[in-house]
Design a protein around this ligand. Sequence first.
Ligand code: 9MR
Length: 367
Amino acid sequence: MNKLFSFFITAALISGCAGTRQIRSVTASLKDMYKNDFLIGAAVSWQQVEGKDPAAFNLISRQFNTITPENIMKEEELRPAWGEYDFSRADRFIDFAKAHHLQVNGHTLIWHSQMPAFARSIESVDSFRTFFTDHIRKVAGRYSGKVQSWDVVNEALNEDGTLRKSPFLNKLGDNYIADAFKLTNEVSPGTDLYYNDYNNEQPEKRAGCIALIKKIQQAGVRIDGVGIQGHWHVGKVPFKEIEESILEYAALGIKVAITELDIEVLPRNFTGAEVSQQMKTETNSNPYVKELPETVQKQIADDYGRLFKLLLKHKDKIARVTFWGVHDGQSWLNDWPIPGRTNYPLLFDRNGKPKPAFYSVIAASKR
Ligand code: 9MR
């Protein structure tokens, strides 16, 4: 269906003549509205693959054309013990994607966080290299032809752009990133290979990210894109830095993807998505338990609208935009950096109903 036509049908139904159930079933679709621009994705949980999240059930295949496993393909999930692999959930995830005609972004091969306990206690450099090499060969090899892209290395940088002192850097030295891309390319030659990080739209970290990408390229190793995770805060989305980053990364001859998009609304005294960082509960830590005030609802809708207009302006450089979750109830931001809060960072509410932010993203697609 033509974009404008599909939008007007939705708008007409919303403006009156249909009952709520009907409105939901014919709501405009993000993937249709952006089909000539970039892929539109969501992070999907195991519960959703199992069909145990009714709010997400219809949304996943109706709204998105690509999915990322929120946790299912992480090292910790796939590697119960040295020499052992458990692919049961990851295989089910791939089957789920196929059944619903969704592409898959594999997340993630090499990440210092969520490493299995046995790997963290490996002392010998040789054994650690075996862990690293085997992991990439087995996992990327198994899903070759089944995943459209891989986040090959995740979050290897510090905020100042230097390399994070992870077990990978400490044991394998700074060539480990190019090595990871080389190995992945060998076993999965048809898959797009990405470096993924948060805050890498910020100037210092971006400079480090550009140096990292150039080093891979100078080693003669294939890298296809960079993922800007996009964990941002309402009213403070860094539009200028995002645009500069898109231009600077694209100038390296690679694609840009927004890989983990959410715009959170709760108080936080730092930016980014460092999972080990925590915050203390204070009196006003969880202000919107019952509902989101109109003003904040409007601000998040405006932020999303402006962001998508910016991404559309550079659509020739953007391969994919993936939300980090299907609806607010699923978001990791309900439990981080303070557990048990009520956050509202996505386009669909806890019942799977489109929020004003959803309509703002749909409206941004009409031009
Ligand atoms: O959303 C994920 C959450 O459920 C996990 O507990 C957490 C730790 O594995 O990871 C979250 O996803 C992270 C992603 O894998 C990498 N970038 C930051 C994301 C949010 O922490």
